[in-house]
Write a protein that binds this ligand. Structure first.
Ligand code: ZN
Length: 282
């Protein structure tokens, strides 16, 4: 099997709609890339189904997640989440977590806590990993460390914590993975620090397309994962003292890193390629 780029968190349907609304030609062609294996996320029943169909029609290299997003913490979608778990249609629960970024989101904290608890219970019961969305709420994640360390894997999308906070979760027994995304290209300090220093077996890459964009961009694309990955490779090579690289050496280095990150992705999402029905032709 060839090594692939991995996008641990992306919104395929939202990306296609964004391209459509900007009158960009061939939105489907621009959204799917055969070199990328991804986890597409949704938080609404109808949208989940449209996204699933689009993915099926255009690639074999995907898995799906569904969760009640902390920015919209309503319980209406919980029965649908349970249905997806029981029919084995999703590889992860999420996005779930906390968003305390502004006053509006802060005002829904009690609702956020409620849907978070329900989703933790479902993760424990089903054995599925969770994809965590967390802005300014890391203390609340730490409060629940006793529960989340029993969850199979905890994938932090949009990781904005320090490398010490990442290691602290690991030390407390949480099987955590941390996504490096476009924050790295934006020069976000904690992303650079995590990219440079965190143990290789805990790193994932993501785009969160179309949302996590650079200042000069209107939106981001799933193919931006290639830029994220090459920046990550460069930062890690430099921090490992891998400076006087000749071209072939550096190529081998990045290829190894790509393979490792794909391995992390498979572990985090418990993908068994021999059994996974989503995967064909690899
Ligand atoms: Zn997202």
């Amino acid at each position: 099997m060839i090594s692939m780029y991995t996008d641990a968190h992306v919104h395929i349907l939202d990306t296609i709609e964004e391209l459509d609304s900007q009158n960009i030609e061939n939105p489907i062609f621009k959204t799917f890339d055969k070199e990328i294996f991804f986890c597409a996320s949704a938080n609404e029943a109808g949208r989940f189904e449209v996204q699933e169909k689009l993915c099926r029609e255009n690639t074999g290299n995907f898995i799906l997640s569904f969760g009640v997003h902390p920015q919209c913490p309503i319980e209406n979608e919980i029965p649908y989440l349970e249905k997806l778990i029981n029919s084995k249609k999703i590889a992860a629960i999420g996005e779930c977590g906390f968003d305390l970024f502004d006053e509006h989101y802060k005002s829904t904290l009690e609702e956020q806590k409620k849907v978070w608890k329900v989703q933790l219970e479902l993760a424990l019961k089903s054995g599925l990993p969770i994809v965590v969305h967390c802005r300014k709420g890391l203390h609340l994640i730490f409060d629940d460390v006793k529960t989340i360390k029993k969850i199979n894997a905890v994938i932090f999308h949009g990781w904005a914590g320090s490398v010490n906070e990442a290691r602290s979760l690991l030390k407390k027994g949480v099987n955590a993975y941390f996504c490096i995304g476009k924050g790295l290209l934006r020069g976000q300090k904690t992303q650079i620090e995590t990219a440079a220093n965190l143990e290789e077996n805990r790193i994932l890459t993501e785009t969160d397309a179309p949302y996590m964009r650079l200042k000069e961009e209107k939106f981001s694309l799933p193919t931006d994962i290639k830029k994220v990955f090459s920046e990550l490779a460069e930062i890690r090579a430099e921090s490992a003292g891998f400076l006087n690289y000749d071209e072939q050496n550096y190529k081998n280095y990045t290829e190894d890193l790509k393979v490792s990150i794909f391995e992390n992705f498979k572990k985090a999402y418990s993908i068994d390629f021999k059994r996974n029905v989503n995967v064909k032709g690899n």
